[in-house]
Design a protein around this ligand. Structure first.
Ligand code: FES
Length: 108
């Protein structure tokens, strides 16, 4: 089965004081992925062609915490569990981008 939508959540962690920082130290990482997984299970989103995965650094640490949705290439900066819930309900299920959480990362 092909994926209608595939989301990658950065769960990269780096030591305190690392010059690049990481999504985990910025409030993201595993807790947000766990919330996403809870949504997937409670709403059985795999049956809707949605898949999720944890990712190591996605290359835009300064925008963290970040997640990216393919094939659209939409980037989000969720910082709390409620943000994940909104992305799931509005984007995954409803098909509309959550503009307030969207970022357009660029390499610096
Ligand atoms: S640590 Fe998350 S994008 Fe680099």
């Amino acid at each position: 089965m092909s994926h209608r939508l595939h989301a990658f959540v950065c769960t990269q962690s780096r030591p305190e004081g690392h010059p690049r920082g990481c999504c985990t130290s910025r409030g993201g990482g595993q807790p947000l992925f766990d919330r996403l997984m809870q949504n997937m299970m409670s709403k059985n989103l795999w049956d809707q062609g949605i898949s999720i995965a944890q990712s190591s650094c996605l290359g835009f640490c300064g925008y963290g915490p970040v997640m990216v949705i393919y094939p659209e290439g939409i980037w989000y900066q969720p910082t709390k569990a409620e943000d994940i819930d909104e992305i799931v309900d509005t984007h995954f299920v409803g098909g509309k981008v959550v503009e307030r959480l969207r970022v357009s990362p660029v390499k610096k």
